[in-house]
Design a binder for this molecule. Structure first.
Ligand code: XMP
Length: 566
């Protein structure tokens, strides 16, 4: 069992950041919607905490997130916190803190002063374990339109700002709250029994300068987490879990050349060896030489991988299609068909095989050899999105184009990375020895160059764009700019322009170059690449790639534009 901090999500834009920061402290945490705890109002829904806190539970503490709601609103989230308080350390952040005050009979009102942005702590009780080593005047980040106006006497103020009286508080116990035996140790820690705290600022954001110290105080000193969750411990436990779960079963998996599927496959390979069957499909829309090079790397890594040249099926399915969504659908559908066919050859359980058959000895043998599992490189943000308080429809991107696979194939899914953030996947990959060439690579869309050739796709356009893209990416690398850019690529525009080469007039294709900085692809800014660099790349492209006579640079941010043009 893993020591775990539970983060109850009330829909704040910062909930994922809390998880990121806790993980940075080498402490494992999970985000769950607040609805997993029984509602105060009608006593329905969710589990009671006693179901989560089984006797040998490793749940070490709970953090309540912020929220776009106000506790004063009629339909605001109101889980019954009495089932948590006193049994396990609890930290309410912003809405979470106001919820504690509200449920204890305090008063939460609209703020009279501006309580957004920067503020400084004007009082800090360093004797309180939560504010240990936090400096007076330390900068904190506020983002709330409500404030706690009054609270019961047992709310001890442990930090404030000039405008926020209850910037930090510790709830002292009243009456006989049920406790776990280890809570008694809190008495000698100056915690006076109940380990319930609230802060009305956000420790998880960058602008709260000592936020990480505060979170460390909570998870390490108060919750007593051992900070043992590291890439190595993750690898060790995941491999053991996979071996236990899969036994001698076989797994089939699609590889894309990207970080997530590669790291997931490497973990599975370490767990079950040759029982993992990987398929890497050439859809004819990859970067220049990508299929050959990546397949080579996979084989070097010892993966049991089959490369499938399916270019002609994709080009056929795309023929005459101009509209981006139609192209995405054609690419997604063809991918599933190709993968399904290959997986069946390997013995994967398909939709037809799922149907009951007469049990001949042959079919019994076939059943034994069937591949029942589909491996996927799903990562934690995808999981959070699908269980988000905001609801899946508000957040999931329509372009998760392999989403149709498990349903079609009627297989059980195994996702070894579904508890990790992207940077953690990279750290795990590094520890597993995955090559930097794969780990450091820019994101690349599933439909590949198919959505970077605007309008219809032909083999000739793919060839031109591959050459251009290759020059651009290699130049970025040799100028030392590749790692400063989050994502870069070239776009084939559906127009031609007049040019002059030597004494001849040309009428050829226009290429747009795109490079962005970002952290997650949700927002992005265009990259201010040096003019000299752009000038060199433009010359190289026009001189070396036949069919191109003009290069432009995209200077749009996201929003309002998107990273890809289609
Ligand atoms: P946008 O264009 O939406 O892109 O700003 C955000 C990130 O998503 C990638 N992207 C895709 N990835 N299938 C994918 O697997 C797609 O259809 C797709 N469309 C965009 C894009 O490259 C960027 O990293």
């Amino acid at each position: 069992m893993q020591e775990t901090i539970l983060i109850l999500d009330f829909g704040s834009q910062y909930t994922q950041l809390i998880a990121r920061k806790v993980r940075e402290l080498n402490v494992y945490c999970e985000i769950h919607p607040y609805t997993i705890v029984r509602s105060l109002e009608n006593g329905v829904g969710g589990k009671s905490l006693s179901e989560l806190l089984t006797p040998n539970s490793q749940l070490k503490g709970v953090i309540l997130s912020g929220s776009p709601f106000s506790v004063r609103q009629k339909n605001s989230p109101q889980p019954d916190l009495s089932s948590i308080r006193g049994k396990i350390p609890l930290l309410g952040v912003c809405y979470g803190a106001q919820l504690l005050a509200h449920q204890c009979g305090g008063e939460v009102q609209p703020s009279k002063h501006r309580e957004y942005g920067r503020a400084n702590l004007s009082f800090v009780n360093n004797d309180s374990l939560l504010f240990k080593n936090i400096s007076l005047n330390s900068q904190v980040w506020m983002s709330h339109s409500d404030t706690i106006a009054s609270a019961p006497d047992n709310f001890e103020i442990i930090a404030n700002t000039s405008d926020v009286k209850y910037a930090g508080f510790h709830i002292k116990p009243v009456g006989n709250l049920p406790r776990r035996s280890d809570d008694l140790r809190g008495e000698s820690n100056g915690l006076k029994g109940e380990k319930t705290f609230g802060i009305q600022f956000h420790p998880e954001v960058y602008h709260t300068t000592e936020g990480l110290t505060l979170l460390k105080n909570f998870v390490v000193d108060i919750c007593k987490c051992s900070q043992s969750w590291t890439p190595s411990s993750f690898i060790e436990t995941t491999i053991a879990e996979l071996q236990h779960k899969l036994g001698n079963d076989k797994v089939v998996m699609a590889l894309s050349g990207g970080v997530d599927s590669t790291v997931a496959a490497t973990l599975l390979h370490k767990a079950i060896g040759k029982n993992l069957f990987c398929i890497f499909v050439d859809n004819g829309l990859l970067r220049k030489d990508e299929f050959k090079n990546v397949l080579h790397s996979y084989k070097d890594m010892g993966l049991n991988v089959k490369g499938v040249d399916a270019k002609k099926f994709f080009y056929k399915a795309l023929k005459g299609k101009k509209e981006p969504e139609a192209k995405r659908k054609a690419i997604g559908k063809t991918f599933i068909e190709v993968f399904d066919k290959e997986a069946k050859k390997l013995g994967a359980m398909s939709s037809e095989l799922g149907v009951k058959r007469k049990k001949s000895s042959n079919s019994r043998l076939r059943t034994q050899n069937q591949i029942k599992w589909l491996g996927q490189g799903t990562i934690y943000p995808d999981v959070i999105e699908s269980i988000s308080v905001k609801g899946p429809s508000a957040t999931i991107k329509s372009h998760h184009n392999v989403g149709g696979l498990p349903a079609k194939m009627k297989m059980k899914v195994v996702e070894p990375l579904n508890s990790l953030f992207k940077d953690e996947v990279r750290r795990v990959g590094r520890k597993l020895g995955v090559t930097e060439n794969i780990l450091g690579r820019h994101p690349f869309p599933g439909p590949g160059l198919g959505i970077r050739i605007l309008g219809d796709i032909t083999e000739e356009k793919v060839r031109i764009l591959q050459e251009v893209d290759h020059i651009y990416i290699e130049e970025l690398k040799s100028a030392g700019l590749y790692n400063q850019v989050w994502q870069a690529g070239a776009i084939f525009l559906p127009i031609q322009s007049v040019g002059v080469m030597g004494d001849e007039r040309t009428y050829e294709n226009v290429i747009a170059l795109r490079a962005v900085t970002s952290t997650d692809g949700m927002t992005a800014d265009w990259c201010h690449l040096p003019y000299e660099f752009l000038s060199k790349v433009s010359n190289e492209i026009i001189n070396k790639v036949k069919g191109v006579n003009r290069v432009v640079y995209d200077i749009s941010s996201k929003p309002p534009a998107t990273i890809e043009w289609e």
